[in-house]
Design a protein around this ligand. Sequence first.
Ligand code: TRP
Length: 483
Amino acid sequence: MADSSQPVPPAPADVEATQAISGGQKIDPWNVSGEVGEDGKVKAIDYQKLTNEFGTSLIDDKLLERWEKVTGHKPHRFMRRQIVFSHRDLSLILDRYEKNEPFYLYTGRGPSSDSMHVGHTQVFDFVKWLQDVLDVPLIIMLTDDEKFLFSEKRTVEEVIGYSKTNAMDIIAIGFDPKKTFIFSDFEYVGGAFYRNIVRFSKRVTYNTAKAIFGFDGSSNIGKIHFASIQGATAFATSFPHIFGADEKRVAGIPCLIPCAIDQDPYFRLTRDAAYGLRYAKPSLIHMRFLDALQGPGSKMSASDANSAIFLSDTAKQIKTKINKYAFSGGQETLEEHRELGGNPDVDVAYQYLQFMMDDDEELARLNREYRSGELLTGEMKNICIEHLQKYVTGFQERRAKVTEDVVNEFMATRPLEWAGNPKVPRADLVVPVKAEGGEQKEGGEAGDGKLSKNAQKKLLKEQKLAQQKAEKEAAKAATQAST
Ligand code: TRP
């Protein structure tokens, strides 16, 4: 039960890693760069090393086989190619899917500017695929407060504006409005969510925050507290309009968090807090970054126009950027290239194709022919340009259809509809789960873990009430804002 006044077992050792500084590479929520070699050049990020350092698990063939068996879907190309390379407790989510027990997907974005690039959309593309395959609720958090707290310059009004435009970009990925709730912190913090934020914050000391995130005496206290907000979104009880208001029942519903690996420190902390609060621990799957045009070892950056392909770029801009800036793994001259062959591992055009080209055989052919010198850098770049142009044009077409009304629909506090595993009937939204350490027997179970008719009715009523309350609060906030 979510009550921090109760004695709680000691936390397991999830929170032992300090900042990830492994052999010179630096990956944390604010820095992403590879090790600097003796030649002064930045090396590619060593993801295997990162996995060891963070204490996460690699996604191996066995897990992928199980994924396919349980979901009936071939793993996404990101999973097949170790782009989604690491996880925490993914198998627990598969266990739940197998029995059609509820869980949700949670991901987010820090709205730092209006210009999103293709590096930002990769995780969301993957999340959309997960939502299509798993048919579960998805919660997308926009951390406008974070982007205010962590910037010298940005104003509150500015980041709230970015939340809106970024939500439009995210919606254009193609999420299903019936199953997706998008919220901005400045709008949604309050009620059940705030109760969890405060419970979370009570369980984290300054020393722990310092050790995990590297804060010091000069860090503003908002930064130190922020982890509680990002963390509390991983608790189903923060969303009564989706899961119902009975905290005891909902406490056992976990989420699966697809995120870039730099966000792991937040969720390491969250898993510990969940344990203490007797909430289900979130599971995670980690994705690696899309390289900057300049090459592996850094990621695309919104503040450097020549490092990234933006979602607003024209076909011509894409072509020019790739031809001019994309780091090549080819040789200096045509003769040398034919003789020695190129290196696709550092070739940016090939790296982007790994993300975008679905056909495994075609990709393997490009790899082979590039290495042998048969395929030239210019040819690789042309194939990459075509894929990128198609990707960005498709995005722009969908984006043009996202209106203000559509945004309001996604961001309204309302119940969601989903079915989960089609092979297993889902008696109801919430299957009561025994949280770790606590016994949780409440009236309403039909003995088989499913809810009785009455309990179902009660739950629906609770959801409706929570929704009405949320709507009333929103209306009240709106009138207050306008007076
Ligand atoms: N902190 C993230 C950022 O700056 C945003 C975020 C919040 C997030 N919750 C998340 C990202 C969950 C991935 C998963 O972009």
